[in-house]
Design a protein around this ligand. Structure first.
Ligand SMILES: [Zn+2]
Length: 122
């Protein structure tokens, strides 16, 4: 299996609902998102996916969040905008966009240098 990794980022504010602590108050993060895309063999160019295409997909996905308050943007109007839920959302949105046999292996979202969450499907 071949795997490529791309890191990108967006900036937004959020607040965690029903949370007993500082994160209940509005604050911002520069979210770093790392995506891993895999396929069992390479395409005719010798690639898993063109990084340019992967960057374009992420840019489209982040356009709904960048410089917004996450709590105002679906699906985070309904679910808490935690790092875990952001990782899963990016995973699902990227999975919808990728042409088979390329597929998303995992997505890691970092809210700070030391704190991140990864989503992957078994
Ligand atoms: Zn936060």
């Amino acid at each position: 299996m071949f795997e490529v990794i791309l890191e990108s980022s967006f900036s937004s504010a959020h607040r965690l609902r029903e949370y007993d602590g500082n994160c209940e108050r509005m604050h911002g993060h520069n979210w770093r998102i790392e995506v891993a895309v895999a396929r069992p063999d390479l395409d005719e160019m010798g690639m898993v996916i063109d990084f340019r295409d992967l960057k374009r997909h992420l840019k489209e996905i982040f356009a709904d969040f960048d410089h917004y308050i996450l709590n105002d943007r679906p699906p985070f109007t309904e679910i808490n905008p935690t790092t875990e839920n952001i990782a899963k959302y990016v995973f699902d949105e990227l999975a919808r966009r990728l042409p088979a046999p390329a597929h998303v292996r995992h997505v890691t979202a970092w809210e700070t240098d030391g704190c991140g969450a990864r989503y992957e499907r078994d």
